[in-house]
Design a protein around this ligand. Structure first.
Ligand code: LR7
Ligand code: MN
Length: 575
């Protein structure tokens, strides 16, 4: 069956090239052209489950000496010249492609799923089929091809209709003819090319438009699929056709290609009020709802790149917002839409797929702002103001026409954003943003300096000192809100932060805010008085702008209350 199976080394592919080569044709569809052949695999009668599970291609035998095998970290001793090449690859891709090139395109991964997942049984003959759609833009050879091989080698032949690769108008030579040649040797792989840069939304839609499977499964072009990743996704969609199901996303290290993951409870998706995607642990109410660790986990949002959806349901829901360019925003837009329009968004703990998170963005993502604005304008009702307050420049962004999307919302009779927050994401901190009580927090004495908080990293916002920094009017790290409960909130992030004062260290820091329904901790309670003073209840001191501090950076600190202008504060929404 697998004419190209059992290979030991990538180089050997070419030996098998002819064996499964069945022709080559080009056809046009929409504004793309198909450049590799496709051939249906005969769905022969197969006998037992083991037989039914057979992937499109078998992995070569395990070679424990191979670099990166079983997802191990690769650490190389390089000479100067090699180091230079490594650096070069990093600069170009923001991924250590020098290392990636040395890792087998067929490596096996360590077992990262919950051991109970192994016991799940599937009725292969009744599961829907899927097309795996992978858009790529200027991706490196080895990360792209490892994705393709990984899909072919972990997906049961009977379930995988095809892999549709969509080249989003890349300009790198290796993605032209060499890629076509290489791929034409494989069953079930199709390659189409956009005739201009479409961005990931329209590139994916191009792929979806020629997909023949019952289910669309989207992947990024630098993924590796874990054993058994596909069955749970398809099984869940068969059970519930309005479920959009994501795998657990494991991390592949951009430098060592180590496959990291954890078989415990996966994290779910959320967002913060800058409309940035966030990860959270599974809330208690959701844990209670689930009857087994192998049950799906409902998630308010998805990261965006990796999910399965019934093709019919995808189009019923309005596929994607084609007004979105390049990168960003589509993940939250789709998440809101799924929930508000009657579907559900879930993570299946038994489906694991690795993703290489690059060191930093390898291409410009400046369109993300307009994309987010489109999502906010269509789905968030008045809650979009909470977003605009934290990203004032978003209000000025030209986001194009969203009337079609609003019509879609109308046509599908979708619920409002309030419903979504209350029912799908009740744990999110919802700011009140009362007039005059949010924005830049400015001092009357130290003019044009603002409260500023720069978290050490995106995942741990707590513990740093609040400083005073020239006001920039961009929201973000200079956005604070004085809440109805008397907190000075740093609620651009989720979970939200709150300013904390203590008598020992007179400077202010940030800790997580109280949860809904709990009382405000005493050290987070401030009274914003008529005279502009910020009175810290626990220490009975006032917040004062300090020019000279222990480390030289101006900062607010708790001092005995006085009528100094340095103790007078006010909020300003805009510059
Ligand atoms: O113009 C483009 N055209 C493309 O075809 C830009 C990108 N792409 C392709 C690209 O080659 C890749 O295959 O689209 C895919 C996603 O782009 P990435 O890998 O640069 O994005 P990312 O992994 O940094 O970003 C995450 O958020 C994006 C928001 O638009 C998308 O939803 C990505 O799919 C998404 N990735 C994941 O969800 C993987 C897990 C990351 C997390 C958290
Ligand atoms: Mn990606």
């Amino acid at each position: 069956m697998a004419a190209c199976g059992r290979r030991n080394r990538p180089k050997l592919f070419f030996l098998f090239f002819g064996a499964s080569f069945v022709g080559y044709f080009i056809f046009f569809r929409h504004n793309s052209k198909e450049v590799t052949n496709r051939r249906e695999s005969p769905r022969e009668e197969v006998l037992d489950n083991e037989e039914l599970k057979k992937p499109v291609y078998e992995k070569p035998p395990l070679d424990l000496n191979a670099l990166g095998e079983l997802g191990r970290a690769v650490k190389l001793n390089l000479n100067e010249e090699e180091k230079r090449k490594e650096e070069e690859s990093l600069k170009k891709h923001q991924i250590n492609i020098y290392v990636s090139d040395k890792v087998s395109l067929h490596r096996r991964l360590p077992e990262k799923w919950n051991p109970l997942c192994r016991d799940l049984k599937y009725d292969y003959r009744s599961l829907p089929t899927t097309s795996v759609v992978i858009a790529f833009y200027n991706e490196a050879w080895s990360t792209l091809l490892r994705t393709v091989h990984s899909v072919l080698e972990t997906s049961p032949d009977i379930l995988l209709k095809e892999v549709v690769l969509v080249d989003d108008y890349s300009d790198r030579a290796h993605l032209k003819e060499p890629l076509e040649k290489y791929l034409s040797g494989f069953r079930k792989v199709r390659l189409i090319r956009a005739t201009k840069r479409e961005g990931l939304v329209r590139a994916r839609l191009l792929g979806a438009s020629i997909a023949t499977g019952d289910v669309l499964t989207f992947l990024d072009c630098h993924c590796e699929c874990h054993e058994g990743w596909l069955e749970p996704l398809l099984h869940r969609i068969k059970e519930e056709p309005t479920a959009v199901v994501c795998p657990v996303i494991d991390v592949i290290d951009w430098d060592t290609f180590q496959y990291l993951g954890n078989p415990g409870e996966p994290q779910i998706g959320g967002f913060d009020w800058r409309l940035v995607f966030t990860w959270h642990s599974v809330p208690d109410y959701e844990q209670k709802r689930r009857r087994s660790p192998t049950d799906v986990i409902r998630s308010p949002t998805m990261a965006g790149g990796l999910f399965s959806v019934s093709k019919n349901y995808f189009y019923y829901l309005g596929s994607y917002d084609t007004g979105m360019e390049v990168w960003g925003g589509e993940n939250l837009e789709f998440s809101f839409r799924i929930w508000q329009c009657g579907g559900s968004l879930e993570i299946h703990p038994c489906s694991h797929v690795g993703h290489v998170f690059p060191k930093k963005a390898p291409y410009s993502r400046s369109k993300a702002l307009a994309n987010s604005v489109r999502a906010a304008e269509v789905w968030m009702d008045d809650y979009k103001e909470i977003y605009y307050h934290r990203s004032p420049h978003a209000r000025l962004e030209a986001f194009g026409d969203v009337s079609e999307r609003l019509k879609l919302r109308e046509k599908l009779g979708c619920k409002n954003f309030q419903w979504y927050l209350d029912n799908v994401y009740p744990e999110i901190h919802v700011p009140h943003d009362r007039p005059g009580m949010f924005g830049m927090l400015k001092n009357r004495g130290k003019v044009n300096y603002c409260f500023d908080y720069n978290p050490a990293d995106e995942n741990t916002i707590v513990g740093q000192r609040v400083i005073l920094y020239p006001c920039h009017g961009m929201g973000q790290n200079q956005f604070f809100e004085y809440s109805v409960d008397g907190e000075i909130c740093y609620n651009t992030r989720e979970p939200a932060g709150c300013v904390v004062g203590d008598s020992v260290n007179t400077y202010l820091t940030v800790q997580l805010c109280k949860k809904r329904g709990q009382a405000v901790p005493m050290d987070q309670k401030f009274v914003f008085r008529k005279d502009g003073s910020l009175y810290h209840v626990q220490t009975q001191k006032c917040v004062q702008a300090m020019e000279r501090t222990d480390n030289g950076t101006p900062a607010p600190a708790l001092q005995p209350c006085s009528n100094s202008v340095y103790q007078q504060w006010f909020f300003e929404e805009r510059m």
